[in-house]
Design a protein around this ligand. Structure first.
Ligand code: AHG
Ligand code: MN
Ligand code: MN
Length: 306
């Protein structure tokens, strides 16, 4: 059994990134406490994208913000729950951290798994103009399910899974996750797009006729976590009339996951075939379509869609 800090040190992860990840992991622990304490109430407020908020969305945002501020390494932070970037004096470093404090809020009342997503950027004073490829140095997510797991990718140091034990420590459960290029699993999001997009409909039909196995919960975190744990699969969320750019956000959801999947030998493209990691950040709440998972599956899907 190996502990989180020890593992990162052995991998040669820099002191800055270890420290930031330590604060992120603490935030994850506190969010988990709040969740287990039954803070699932709906609020009447809306977030920056006009989506209704849960008490837990706001709480998770505050918990993460406090921890990042304490790290003294996060100079700018961007949250799905906040309209604007917040700036801190960061005497120990100059990182940017983007996060979706609670992914899958609409699933909380049903007791399905939900999560938190984080991207750590070496980006100086602004997220604007950055790309995941150039500026992301680490990313991670937590799954609040029957167990709490925490999956981290560090640039050129792979993707690894940890589990929260009963004394509040994270220990390594999977080292160097690597995705197979092909897969029998599919997780097709936004099937509504099939109404106006015959090619998406065709893709789904092909997946069905090939006898593939559906694994889809409606939460991006557990759906993508399934792919990483089984080491194969594809998740899709195309754009449509309601979401002309796609629904999922580049900074808070798609770029961090694209980085985690790239470190695991997977791939993430938008509907036009552009690597998610090469999309330039133009505004912090920017959205994108996404096809992510086993390399060959993602490429085949885009070929059908283009
Ligand atoms: P969030 O709860 O942070 O707003 O994100 C929800 C996301 C994601 O988890 C999921 O894949 C997607 O929304 C599902 O969208 P639909 O409800 O349109 O299917
Ligand atoms: Mn989300
Ligand atoms: Mn969210």
């Amino acid at each position: 059994m190996q502990f989180f800090n020890h593992f990162l040190r052995e991998k040669g992860v820099s002191a800055d990134i270890r420290s930031l990840l330590y604060h992120v992991a603490r935030a994850v622990k506190y969010i988990n406490f709040s969740l287990r304490a039954g803070n699932t109430q709906q609020l009447t407020t809306q977030n920056a994208s006009g989506e209704s908020q849960l008490k837990l969305d706001v709480l998770a945002d505050q918990i993460i913000t406090n921890e990042l501020q304490k790290s003294e390494l996060a100079h700018i932070i961007a949250s799905e729950e906040q309209e604007k970037v917040r700036k801190f004096a960061a005497p120990r470093g100059k990182y940017g951290v983007s996060f979706d404090p609670l992914d899958g809020s609409s699933l909380v009342d049903t007791n399905l798994a939900i999560g938190s997503i984080f991207g750590i950027w070496d980006c100086g004073e602004s997220f604007i103009g950055t790309t995941g490829r150039k500026n992301l140095v680490a990313s991670c997510y937590a799954v609040y399910g029957p167990r709490v797991t925490f999956v981290i990718a560090i640039k050129n140091k792979g993707t690894h899974e940890f589990e929260l034990n009963d004394v509040g420590e994270f220990t390594v459960t999977r080292e160097n996750i690597q995705l197979k290029p092909d897969s029998k699993y599919f997780a097709p999001g936004n099937l509504r797009a099939g109404k106006g997009n015959a090619r998406y409909l065709q893709l789904i039909q092909e997946w069905i006729l090939e006898g593939r196995t559906l694994r889809y919960s409606g939460g991006m975190v557990p759906d993508l976590n399934h792919i990483l744990c089984k080491e194969e699969g594809i998740f899709s969320y195309p754009h449509d009339q309601k979401y002309p750019q796609g629904k999922l956000r580049l900074l808070f959801e798609c770029a961090p996951f694209a980085f985690l999947f790239a470190e695991a030998g997977g791939s993430a493209l938008d509907q036009e075939g552009l690597p998610i990691l090469d999309i330039k950040v133009k505004e912090i709440h920017q959205r994108t379509s996404i096809f992510i998972g086993s390399k060959n599956e993602v490429e085949k899907a885009i070929k059908i869609l283009k």
